[in-house]
Design a protein around this ligand. Structure first.
Ligand code: SF4
Length: 327
């Protein structure tokens, strides 16, 4: 492990200035992913700027919806009464991830910034365009069982590993960020990106920007009574998703007034299912409807040598998630 400098920042402006002054500085929050990456030699920051003293932990109701500070821990968010009351999908998704110990340390902002769990990304002896741009992709012809079905490129077929992100995108969250030029917002669905020619870039955050909060819109609370997060994985806890589905329905009796759907474990970004959502609107909540929605969701899917099973697993997971949400 390379030696690095460590400093603490108690003001957002100071943390941002550190990023501006030192191109190799990294922000440190819960550290549940970054410290692993440093120990394994995947990243080698010259400075860690500990942002835990920043006042970014609050979870509170606003006129727009629910404001969640970027430094609120995953446990605090999942257990928060306002989240459980109005956005239970988020709570279910967070609790499906990692372990209680990790959720107690990991923050909302850190969860959004976590890197892929592609084995070739972590193995510094292997080629990986995400770790070393231009070096190749070990997974393309390698053991690609965990990899993408949608939106991949010849440069990278990795998936976003977060459960929280899948619920956030389904609920239409908005990300608040601050940088040297001031503040801006990014729709959650545009925060993470597809790999294209630059898989080294996971998201659209500028290097000198800081995530300050995520806001859940008040309108998403309409889906509170019919939501489900289904995660299919190799063991019942502490495993990343092979496929996951965040499903939330706004129901009028047995008729679907509106739907929110997203998949995890299938793309480089949380994969929102806009077309199935539009299809479900106004339809009866039946198995036939849900099967058709799943079929629409799978259009354009492309599997690789070892992840072909996901072509069957994913639509089955969508069907089961929708049936459970509608019940
Ligand atoms: Fe690297 Fe992406 Fe290929 Fe994995 S899939 S080896 S992260 S370039």
């Amino acid at each position: 492990m390379n030696p690095f400098n460590y400093s603490r920042s108690s003001a957002a402006a100071g943390a941002i200035q550190s990023l501006v002054k030192e191109p190799q500085a990294h922000l440190l929050a819960g550290g549940t992913n970054l410290i692993d990456l440093i120990k394994m030699g995947v990243v080698a920051p010259e400075r860690l700027v500990d942002i835990n003293p920043l006042p970014l932990k609050s979870v509170e109701k606003t006129a727009a919806g629910l404001h969640i500070g970027a430094l609120a821990t995953n446990s605090e968010v999942a257990d928060h009464p306002l989240v459980l009351q109005d956005y239970p999908l988020l709570s279910l998704a967070i609790n499906a991830g990692a372990s209680p110990q990790l959720r107690n340390m990991a923050t909302v902002g850190g969860n959004m910034m976590q890197r892929t769990r592609c084995n070739y990304f972590f193995d510094t002896a292997m080629p990986c365009n995400k770790r070393v741009p231009g070096s190749g992709c070990g997974a393309l012809e390698g053991y690609n069982r965990m990899h993408a079905l949608f939106g991949a490129s010849d440069h990278c077929i990795a998936v976003n590993p977060s459960d929280m992100n899948i619920a956030m995108v389904a609920l239409g969250a908005v990300v608040h960020v601050r940088g040297p030029k001031g503040e801006r917002t990014i729709p959650f669905g545009e925060f993470h990106r597809l790999p294209g020619d630059h898989p080294e870039k996971d998201n659209t955050l500028e290097r000198t920007e800081l995530i300050t909060a995520v806001e859940l819109p008040a309108s998403a609370a309409a889906f509170r009574n019919h939501s489900h997060y289904l995660k299919v994985r190799d063991r019942s806890s502490y495993a990343f998703a092979l496929v996951s589905v965040a499903a939330a329905l706004d129901m009028d009796g047995t008729t679907i007034k509106g739907a929110r759907l997203a998949m995890g474990g299938v793309a480089h970004k949380p994969w929102r299912l806009h077309e199935p959502e539009a299809f479900l609107k106004g339809k009866p909540a039946t198995e036939a409807t849900f099967r058709q929605a799943a079929e629409i969701a799978m259009q354009g899917a492309k599997a690789y040598r070892y992840n072909k099973f996901k072509l069957t697993l994913a639509p089955n997971a969508i069907l089961l998630a929708l049936q459970t949400a509608s019940a």
